[in-house]
Design a binder for this molecule. Structure first.
Ligand code: F6P
Length: 344
């Protein structure tokens, strides 16, 4: 079947590199004679048939821009049967022969369901957390790591001047990739990740030992999803999103208070939050997004539906959609254990 009209959407949390994907998809599809339809605000736009045309003109000048020109949302169309029905109806009404959803585990999970319902989809994996299996890296991660690294560099100079402990809370819901990479790159004295429960006594001991050898300041990097031994996930509030995720945040504050109480050293906490997701993508993320976008269209042209693009080594390959949304890719413990050599 020839694809004449192609729908593109971005779902879930935004991340630097989405616009390079949108631009590459549009440029490559137009080159192949395909009309590209931008669906606004993720799956919500397909429920509401809210679209904009994507043309050479509309994707011009967006390569370096953060966020997504299409908008995004955390909408789950399979939560209500009537919404799922509307999505199917609108795909037909909008005459979309194929769809390229760009997103993380939730967005691609919906794409997998659509595939089972007979729709032609090719996914593009995205998350700053870098926790999607079946791809070595996702775009947005490199940008987030660089932002967090620069923040750690800056925290170092103020920590040293005031002889303080600085806790930097970074993103990472289920996996501590950002904390590990930014912590190693920034020379953190302790890195705490969801993959390993926090041992507060050990953290305080590392800090005390640094003081004993004349280092009266320390940088502790903690991923927002990290948990204390014997304690539950620290959440900002009880609310769940449509995919059942709690809003995280708060571990840094708790940790900071406990470190100060136990060690007696003055401690300050910085929560980097959405700064890690905003702004211009790095060269790596622009190139990866561009390669993903081009390859996704080529899979559409080849009729290889039900797949997603993935980076393996330095090659972009196609893998079944289910693989991307299967098991989470947690931090390589060999890498994390390497970072421990610099603890203290
Ligand atoms: O999934 C990516 C992510 O940035 C997580 O690291 C974080 O927990 C979450 O999104 C934040 O989501 P929101 O932007 O909806 O607050």
């Amino acid at each position: 079947m020839t694809v004449r009209r192609l729908g593109v959407l971005t779902g879930g949390g935004d991340c630097p590199g989405l616009n390079p994907v949108i631009r590459a998809v549009t440029r490559r599809a137009i080159q192949a004679g395909i009309t590209v339809v931008g669906i606004r605000n993720g799956w919500k736009g397909l429920i509401q048939a809210d679209t904009i045309p994507l043309t050479l003109e509309s994707v011009s000048g967006i390569l370096h821009r953060g966020g997504t020109i299409l908008g995004t949302s955390r909408t789950n169309p399979y939560k209500k049967p009537e919404d799922a029905k509307r999505v199917m109806e609108n795909i037909r009404k909008l005459q979309l022969d194929a769809l390229i959803p760009i997103g993380g585990e939730d967005t691609l999970g919906v794409a997998t369901k659509l595939k089972k319902d007979g729709q032609k989809v090719v996914g593009v994996p995205k998350t700053i957390d870098n926790d999607l299996s079946a791809t070595d890296f996702t775009f947005g991660f490199d940008t987030a790591v660089n932002i967090a690294m620069e923040a750690i560099d800056r925290l170092h100079t103020t920590a040293e001047s005031h002889h303080r402990i600085m806790v930097a809370e970074v993103m990472g819901r289920h996996a501590g990739w950002i904390a590990t990479y930014a912590g190693i790159a920034g020379g953190a004295d302790v890195i705490l990740i969801p993959e390993e429960p926090i041992d507060l006594d050990a953290v305080c001991e590392i800090i005390r030992k640094r003081h004993a050898r004349g280092k009266d300041f320390s940088i502790v990097v903690v991923a927002e999803g990290a948990q204390f031994k014997d304690k539950h996930l620290v959440t900002a509030e009880g609310k769940l999103d449509e995919f059942g995720h709690v809003r995280l945040g708060g571990i840094g504050d708790q940790l900071g208070k406990l470190i100060e109480q136990r060690t007696g050293y003055e401690t300050r906490v910085t929560v980097l939050g959405h700064i890690q997701r905003g702004g211009s993508p790095t060269a790596f993320d622009r190139v990866l997004g561009t390669r993903f976008g081009i390859r996704a269209v080529e899979l559409v042209l080849a009729g290889q539906f039900g797949t997603m693009v993935s980076l393996q080594g330095n090659k972009i390959v196609a893998v079944p959609l289910e693989e991307g949304t299967g098991a989470l890719k947690t931090v390589d413990m060999e890498l994390y254990n390497l970072s421990k050599i610099f603890f203290g």
